[in-house]
Design a binder for this molecule. Structure first.
Ligand code: GRF
Length: 308
């Protein structure tokens, strides 16, 4: 009796570690599996009653029907259970195993004692990432070793491919509730992280793993027009609505708050009558492209000098 109890507890423990969830979430996940499975059985049987076959053909069709319905039911049940993200990732992993398509290719391992290795994090088109990669191509002491994105369709992934820079897609679950990919970044020797239009907040553990080695660019003159929800056109709309005569860019170290760490560099541009969020965005982009790569280089080199 006790032996069985311990076996079950051990099994639950293993699931919690494997899926990186707490006991309550594990309970909800198992409940979702149970309800999803029951619905699959009920609906599957009804469908089979409508199909006039028997024998081995019946068995084959039954297996196909169940295989198709099960993921659908589990995903549907996961929505009211609040576990949609978990099950989307879970089914994604199963699908990847079956199709042999892993989302991410193996990454190169750390080159010891070579150039400072940057990872660029971006969620968008990647015009800044392009400028940074171009700037550090053939640089004697700094290189871009990785482009990280949270969006499979982000243009920045194509930019990276153009330059032969490895790319890596991150998942929300692991990023926010797992190890934030810190072991992986360490393993492949990432020294600095550059945020160039990355829209997820950086988890505290990752910020702590890169103290003064994570740099962000913000399209306004911080501390104004920063913080949650202040990105892209929302920033420029707010600047224009406030009647500002000047806007610009801020390049800063990253801390645990949105757009808050120590400022490294600012540059300004005028906000003229008739400027729209789009025209202001163009001016800001020009400033970013002109300064960001250079400022990253100077910040890194000054740290190298200090550390020697
Ligand atoms: C830039 O405006 C940057 O300031 C902000 O996100 C934007 C990224 O643009 N953090 P792009 O994808 O590099 O063109």
């Amino acid at each position: 009796m006790f032996k069985h109890f311990y076996l079950v507890c051990g099994m639950f423990q293993k699931f919690q570690e494997k899926w990186k969830v707490g006991p309550v979430q594990l309970f909800i996940i198992l409940l979702t599996f149970a309800v999803g499975g029951t619905l699959t059985g009920m609906i599957g049987r009804r469908i089979m009653n409508l199909i006039p076959v028997d024998g081995i053909v019946w068995v084959i069709i039954y297996i196909i029907v169940m295989t198709l319905i099960w993921p659908l039911m589990v995903i549907l049940v996961s929505i009211p259970m609040g576990q949609f993200v978990f099950f989307r990732n879970y089914l994604g992993r199963i699908a990847a195993r079956f199709t042999g398509k892993q989302k991410n290719q193996p990454l190169p391992s750390a080159e010891k004692a070579s150039r400072v290795n940057l990872a660029i994090f971006a969620s968008g088109t990647g015009t800044n990432a392009r400028k940074i990669i171009e700037h550090f191509t053939n640089h004697p002491s700094i290189k871009v070793g990785l482009v990280v994105s949270n969006k499979p369709a982000a243009g920045v992934l194509d930019v990276a491919k153009d330059f032969g820079v490895p790319t890596f897609l991150i998942e929300k679950e692991e990023f926010f509730r797992g190890h934030s990919y810190i072991p992986l970044f360490r393993e492949i020797g990432i020294d600095f992280i550059i945020l160039a239009g990355f829209l997820w907040k950086i988890p505290p553990a990752l910020v702590a793993a890169y103290p003064s080695r994570m740099i962000n660019i913000h399209p306004a003159l911080l501390p104004k027009y920063g913080g949650k929800g202040m990105y892209g056109k929302f920033v420029h709309e707010a600047v224009i609505a406030a009647g500002e005569k000047e806007s610009g860019i801020t390049i800063h170290y990253v801390d645990e708050q949105y757009d808050h760490g120590a400022t490294i560099f600012q540059a300004t541009c005028p906000v003229e009558d008739g400027d729209t969020p789009e025209t202001l965005a163009e001016k800001i982009h020009s400033l970013e492209h002109a300064h960001f790569p250079q400022v990253i280089e100077e910040a890194i080199l000054s740290q190298l000098v200090k550390n020697h």
